[in-house]
Design a protein around this ligand. Structure first.
Ligand SMILES: *Cc1c(COP(=O)(O)O)cnc(C)c1O
Length: 478
């Protein structure tokens, strides 16, 4: 006996109208060969499967009930769109319209074109990374930048590692393991991203000897704390906050003789570490940031600073100072674990070369260029961008220019507002909804919401990105 034949349900019929995965993938390959060629086959299959699972779910939930909407022809455009969107790399470019130049979450510094080219070449070809072309023997990777750092800071010797946090850790591990390091209570800072000076000291195995009070520390406090257990005196440049009011700290000139008589190094973690005098380059607002050269000249034995903050280079930690203190750091086995990679080295050398001429650096290093934009130039940039937005958004939004403030970011110059001209965009949607829609765009555009408007700061957008920004807003408001 054969069981009675059951009529297929409407839902089952709809499932059957879906094209097969292979037919769908072949159709995408035919219509969008460049898209499919750029994606690994297994990824392409996963994306298509995801798409069909979503379609089946839509059928189950009654959101798709027309067989005509399920033919290959009907589904193809949305399948292609799904592959385009969901198949994008996770790590991708964004447009920074926040006006925060060293935005840590958006990748801090952009490299100068010279550095970008150096990275591309080092990435694609063999190099003399650790090969001495004079002798044909093994060479040192540090030799490529040490001379430049010495020249630019006046240091006797220099070393570079993965980042500044690594530089501080390496310094403490080299000189102070199991011994004491004297630091003022006013300088026990947290940098963000859970980098706290006391925590780094603990990790390096040294003992923190706090002196003074949060707002005031005197030379006598340092002197009283010195003992045979002391391994170093450390100053930390409090770049991410300022103590104002009843405040005093002890300068390097006063501390240097104290460290020297005890035969211990006087170290300063500069954090940002700039190589140019901002006041001299026309940005008096940033003028009180000391250069690495000035700090060494004032008596620091060793300084550490970041490659990708004010310097505007790749992520790196630069250690510069007296040769007698740098040599043992170089020999520390931990240095091998924290070592700088060849792409970084290529970018760093190219960036540092630009600094040999500060006027060239200001023109070529994007971080410097953005920080040194003057108010008139920003107003002009804002007007140019507004014109483009007016044309592409038409009646969808209203754009107005308004005075505002940009930030340096990266934990530098916390209290400094750099004057700028903002473009305030108001539309039918709430500014927070517009902000969210822009984050989902291609490329995503990151701006800020201020006083009930979505704002773009032209300081951190390059002119070459204006049309992308206009298109992103147009798409988000469509
Ligand atoms: C930013 C900063 C660091 C950490 O530097 P990275 O290059 O981000 O590792 C350390 N110390 C100070 C004072 C800083 O400002």
């Amino acid at each position: 006996m054969t069981p009675p034949k059951k009529e297929p349900t409407a839902e089952a019929l709809l499932y059957r109208s879906l094209p097969s995965m292979d037919a769908a993938l072949s159709a995408v390959e035919r219509s969008h060969p460049a898209l499919t060629a750029a994606l690994p086959r297994p990824l392409l299959r996963d994306l298509a499967e995801e798409f069909f699972n979503q379609a089946r779910q839509a059928i189950r939930e009654g959101r798709m009930s027309q067989a005509e909407a399920l033919t290959l022809e009907a589904l193809l455009p949305s399948l292609v769109r799904h592959i385009e969107v969901a198949g994008r790399p996770r790590f991708r470019r964004v447009l920074n319209a926040t006006g925060v130049v060293l935005h840590t979450n958006l990748g801090r510094s952009l490299l100068a074109e010279e550095a970008v080219r150096a990275v591309a070449e080092a990435a694609a070809a063999y190099s003399n990374l650790e090969f001495d072309l004079e002798t044909g023997e093994r060479g040192s990777r540090y030799s490529h930048v040490e001379g430049l750092i010495k020249q630019l800071t006046g240091a006797e010797a220099a070393l570079v590692v993965n980042n500044n946090a690594a530089a501080v850790l390496l310094l403490l591990d080299t000189f102070a393991k199991g011994r004491e390091v004297i630091v003022s209570r006013g300088e026990l800072v947290e940098i963000g991203g859970s980098f706290r000076i006391p925590a780094v000291m603990e990790k390096s195995g040294c003992i923190l000897r706090e002196v003074g009070a949060t707002n005031r520390t005197h030379l006598a406090d340092y002197a009283a704390a010195l003992s045979e257990r002391t391994a170093a005196i450390m100053k930390v440049h409090t770049s991410n906050y300022r103590i104002i009011g009843f405040h005093s700290e002890v300068g390097l000139d006063a501390l240097a003789p104290l460290a020297a008589t005890h035969g211990i190094p006087l170290m300063e973690d500069l954090g940002s570490g700039n190589l140019v005098d901002f006041a001299a380059l026309g940005q008096p607002l940033l003028g009180d940031e000391p250069t690495a050269a000035a700090v060494l000249a004032r008596g620091a034995d060793v300084v550490t600073f970041s490659g990708d903050k004010l310097l505007g280079g790749p992520q790196a930690g630069i250690i510069a100072g007296k040769a007698a203190w740098i040599d043992p750091i170089r020999k520390n086995p931990l240095n091998r674990a924290l070592r700088i990679d060849k792409l970084t080295l290529a970018a760093l050398e190219a960036t540092l070369r630009l600094y040999l001429d500060p006027a060239l650096a200001r023109r070529r290093v994007p971080t410097l260029r953005m920080l040194l934009l003057d108010e008139a130039a920003l107003k002009e940039k804002a007007a140019q961008l507004k014109k483009l937005l007016d044309a592409s958004l038409a009646s969808k939004a209203e754009c107005r220019l308004a005075p505002g403030a940009s930030r340096v970011g990266g934990g530098s110059f916390p209290e400094k507002d750099l004057p700028t001209t903002l473009i305030r965009v108001t539309a039918a949607v709430a500014p927070s909804a517009l902000r969210a829609a822009l984050l989902r765009g291609t490329p995503p555009l990151v701006g800020r919401v201020e006083e009930n408007a979505f704002c773009l700061d032209p300081r951190t957008l390059d002119e070459s990105e204006f049309s992308l920004a206009a298109e992103a807003l147009r798409a988000a408001l469509a």
